[in-house]
Design a protein around this ligand. Sequence first.
Ligand code: NDP
Length: 307
Amino acid sequence: MSTTTTVPQEDARMSARIIDGKAYAAGLGERIAASVSALAETAGNPPGLAVVLVGNDPASGVYVRNKGKTARKVGMVSFEHVMPEDATQGELMKLIGELNTDDAVDGILVQLPLPAHLDSLAVIDAIDPSKDVDGLHPLNAGRLASGLPGLVSCTPLGCLMLLRAARGNLSGLDAIVVGRSILVGKPIAQLLLAENCTVTVAHSRTRALAAKVAAADIVVAAVGQPEMIKGDWIKPGATVIDVGINRVERDGKTALVGDVEFDVASQHAGAITPVPGGVGPMTIMSLIHNTLVAAYMRRGLAVPQLW
Ligand code: NDP
């Protein structure tokens, strides 16, 4: 007797595997927690993460609380410093100086954006590069560009982790990164080059973007414009990493969408990250991973390979 399976129309059209960033981040968190307790046993104290928030921006407040909560969940010590909106550059620099010399602190993260009167670049520059767990210090950016080990910007690192998990060896693949910001686009392009991909970096002046996307085995979208990368541009079987987080009004409600037209792209791609639930959860876990890396490196110990 033969059996038949009825596939609902929507499922039949959706061919892409969904890259579940939330699940990957949870698994990585468990591996980090095991390494944190191993480090605490050998070195005597667990890694410490200091997060600095200036002002009362509600979204930044939520991010800072989530970072502290995730650090504690894996067994790290979390130090949260909240400064008033009118804190001066001098006051902030003094705090950074204290955190730089505090041995209990392995990682320092200053929540961005800072209030407009503060000089963010000077603040990032003042962080001890060995504690720069956001990977934004020019020394760490330079190390990445030079192919040297260092602390890598969190969102790009999270993207690479997902790509490796989804696709394995990336060597020789054609990749396009849409967006060239210092925070996301440029470091992702550097990471993919280091994986031996052939990398195209597109931006607002790029011509014939659709054709360039259509030629890529890997598409990383970091633009900040809702669904600007059309689904039918995607090469069949390509892997799509959507970094964008955009709030849009849909049916009278606010919804989050990425930079890629997900519904159509998922009919062409081999694997794709959803928004939310793709890159977003990886950003915090990459920060926690960087704090672990910083803690091992600062104690002169070999860094465990967790991904
Ligand atoms: P930026 O605004 O700094 O950079 C956007 C980039 O997109 C620029 O390089 C810009 O080009 C390029 N761009 C703009 N319009 C176009 C276009 N029409 N065609 C091609 N390229 C274009 O943004 P970020 O890099 O900081 O962030 C990008 C997105 O990622 C945002 O949605 C942000 O919210 C999200 N994000 C998500 C994170 C997460 O955890 N998931 C973390 C960080 C960011 P040009 O340089 O020429 O201006």
